[in-house]
Design a protein around this ligand. Structure first.
Ligand code: FAS
Ligand code: PHB
Length: 397
């Protein structure tokens, strides 16, 4: 098989890239190791920045997002037994975020790709990128029927996530990685219960962090900070009791509990691989960087990378220019590191670390007290949460 771009990974990065390249008349094949159902079964992000909404519009897959997505103008910070609202819409001159699950974004992208009859290979094994340091890269894999396959291409897009093969195929001497692993995880529960509040609640509590989010007016998503080795030890009842214990009295009282329809622990890490381009192999999304989910940046960083990458590949073919390809890594990393800083800061402020102690708790309480009473500090939080601008002008329509 021959194509212009071989995309490895059918998560949001790979599928959005495929959709944007199709809009630009560029052929691509998406090669995914799992089944479509498996990919859709992963419950992950829930908050979309405007940049992500704009890119999904550009890809032609935003109809359901506009019909079902929940615009959010603010978030609440809960500490010292009280909630404090951060009015992001007012503080950022009218910006907001949209609550719409990553699963639904992926479903919309999958359906659009299938409807357009675009090639996607699921359940591919031994996927391997080759010769990406030359001008004639290719990808090999074993198809579901056991046959050996090869895709010749001009570019390989490494959209295969943190554990993917692409970054690991780069010679170690060509790569520099930066990492911070956090000594706790998030235990997440999805339940068909009405959300405890109409906006997200981030809670700093002496027992640990908690987050109240949602997917719709009838489906809630909750998280509690937990140790990384006891996912199975958490019964639904134990989860609800712990969440209630970490909220203010009003929220604890009004929390509606119910059976978990999904329950899993996510580890937290900050990670960046530099650079993000190796000849004709370009990394995007979790393949190149990871943030702790506190700042709701992971998915949004991935879509921003893809926006830059689609524009750069489009320029290569339309204008015979590699200026965008050459600038891709630096352009992404500038925005990635700003989001890494924000996510690390917000995680450090809201979570209980082994070394926090009584002094550390007072410092966190003082910073939160300052944050909710200072327009300057609240504005800094708000402009990072709603998403920093994408320097690249987006082609609308
Ligand atoms: P993904 O990991 O989503 O997709 C990569 C795809 O590549 C997968 O389908 C994988 O099967 C495939 N793949 C891997 N290796 C391959 C190979 N060798 N060959 C072919 N295919 C291969 N972000 C938030 O903003 N908020 C959150 O609450 C949040 N929670 C998260 C919870 C968990 C457990 C995880 C892991 C991440 C979470 N994230 C969250 C971040 C997450 O949403 C990512 O940012 C987002 O999935 C990034 O999308 P992709 O870059 O497409 O990577
Ligand atoms: C979610 O709804 O899954 C979610 C929301 C905000 C975060 C992390 C996760 O910061």
């Amino acid at each position: 098989m021959r194509t212009q771009v071989a995309i490895i990974g059918a998560g949001p990065s790979g599928l959005l890239l495929g959709a944007l390249l199709h809009k630009a008349g560029i052929d691509a094949v998406v090669i995914e190791q799992r089944s479509a159902d498996y990919v859709l079964g992963r419950i992950r992000a829930g908050v979309l920045e405007q940049v992500t909404v704009d890119l999904l519009e550009q890809a032609g897959v935003a109809e359901r997002l506009h019909a079902e997505g929940l615009p959010h103008d603010g978030i609440e910070l809960c500490f010292g037994g009280a909630r404090h609202r951060i009015d992001m819409h007012a503080l950022t001159g009218g910006k907001r975020v949209t609550v719409y699950g990553q699963t639904e974004v992926t479903r919309d992208l999958m359906q659009a790709r299938s409807a357009a009859g675009l090639p996607t290979v699921y359940e591919a094994a031994q996927v391997t990128p080759h010769d990406f340091d030359g001008a004639r890269p290719y990808v090999t894999y074993t198809a579901k029927d056991g046959s050996a396959q090869r895709v010749d291409c001009d570019f390989i897009a490494g959209c295969d996530g943190y554990h993917g093969v692409c970054r690991q195929s780069v010679p170690a001497v060509a790569l520099t990685t930066f990492e911070r692993v956090y000594p706790f995880g998030w235990l997440g529960v999805l339940s068909d219960t009405p959300p405890v509040s109409h906006e997200l609640i981030y809670s700093n509590h002496e027992r640990g962090f908690a987050l109240c989010s949602m997917r719709s007016p009838t489906r809630s998503r909750y998280y509690v900070q937990c140790s990384l080795d006891d996912a199975d030890a958490w019964s639904d009842a134990a989860f609800w009791d712990e969440l209630r214990a970490r909220l203010d009295p009003e929220a604890a009282e009004s929390l509606v509990t119910g059976p978990s329809i999904e329950k899993s622990i996510a580890p937290l890490r900050s990670f960046v691989a530099e650079p993000m381009r190796f000849g004709r192999l370009l990394l995007a999304g979790d393949a190149a960087h990871i943030v702790p989910p506190t700042g709701a940046k992971g998915l949004n960083l991935a879509t921003a990378d893809v926006g830059y990458l689609a524009a750069a590949i489009g320029e290569h073919y339309a204008e015979r220019s590699d200026a965008g390809i050459d600038a891709y890594s630096a352009r992404c990393l500038r925005r990635v590191w700003r989001a890494e800083r924000f996510s690390w800061w917000f995680t450090s402020l809201m979570h209980k670390f082994p070394e926090t102690g009584a002094f550390g708790q007072r410092i966190q309480a003082a910073e939160l007290d300052y944050l909710v009473h200072s327009v300057a500090a609240s504005t800094a939080l708000a402009e990072n949460y709603v998403g920093l601008p994408l320097e690249l002008p987006l082609q609308r329509g």
